[in-house]
Write a protein that binds this ligand. Structure first.
Ligand SMILES: CC(C)(COP(=O)(O)OP(=O)(O)OC[C@H]1O[C@@H](n2cnc3c(N)ncnc32)[C@H](O)[C@@H]1OP(=O)(O)O)[C@@H](O)C(=O)NCCC(=O)NCCS
Length: 149
């Protein structure tokens, strides 16, 4: 398979991850009031795994998996704009599920941006209010979904 989903460790991988998040998720259109923090403690917290998706060795997407025992939360999902609609998102979803299963998770949760709900539903997620206290800050307009592994 020409894909690799790998945990971000090298300085170069961190640079790619930040660049993709900035260009897709932390844009003035999406979050004009939020300044992206490259040193956010949540990226280094125990159980939180920032991941980079490579296609034919090129970085095309990112996701973070926050593992909490038998549950895991999928956060900050992005495929670069020029690469969308080619199936990378579907593969990203499948690979992050594999990673979550490998780490002992049985259920995945997400706070989805409203215009990404269609993507999640296409790949088997269902709407489910798993923790409404999460719906604040950058997640205030999000829709909560779950997927059993
Ligand atoms: C959502 C996102 C990750 C999907 O990535 P992608 O590479 O375009 O997805 P794929 O090409 O693998 O599409 C998988 C399926 O979902 C569908 N889909 C993709 N994006 C969709 C959307 N926004 N709404 C409805 N359906 C969508 C595709 O049509 C495809 O269905 P098909 O296989 O039946 O044709 C990407 O569009 C993205 O990064 N969006 C901006 C950031 C974002 O919203 N992230 C989610 C934050 S929670």
């Amino acid at each position: 398979m020409p894909y690799e989903l790998r945990a971000v460790r090298s300085a170069e991988d961190w640079r790619h991850l930040h660049e993709i998040r900035r260009s897709v998720l932390f844009t003035p259109e999406r979050h004009a009031d939020v300044e992206y923090d490259e040193n956010h403690p949540d990226d280094r917290a125990e159980g939180n795994i920032p991941l980079l998706l490579l296609f034919e060795s090129r970085p095309v997407g990112v996701v973070r998996l926050d593992v909490r025992g038998e549950a895991a939360i999928v956060r900050l999902v992005a495929v670069i704009a020029s690469e969308r609609g080619r199936g990378h998102g579907r593969i990203l979803g499948a690979l992050v599920e594999e990673e979550a299963r490998r780490r002992g998770a049985r259920t995945l949760f997400v706070n989805a941006a409203p215009d990404a709900v269609g993507y999640y539903e296409k790949v088997g997620w269902r709407r489910f209010d798993w923790n409404t206290s999460e719906l604040q800050g950058i997640a205030q307009d999000c829709v909560q979904l779950r997927k059993d592994l």
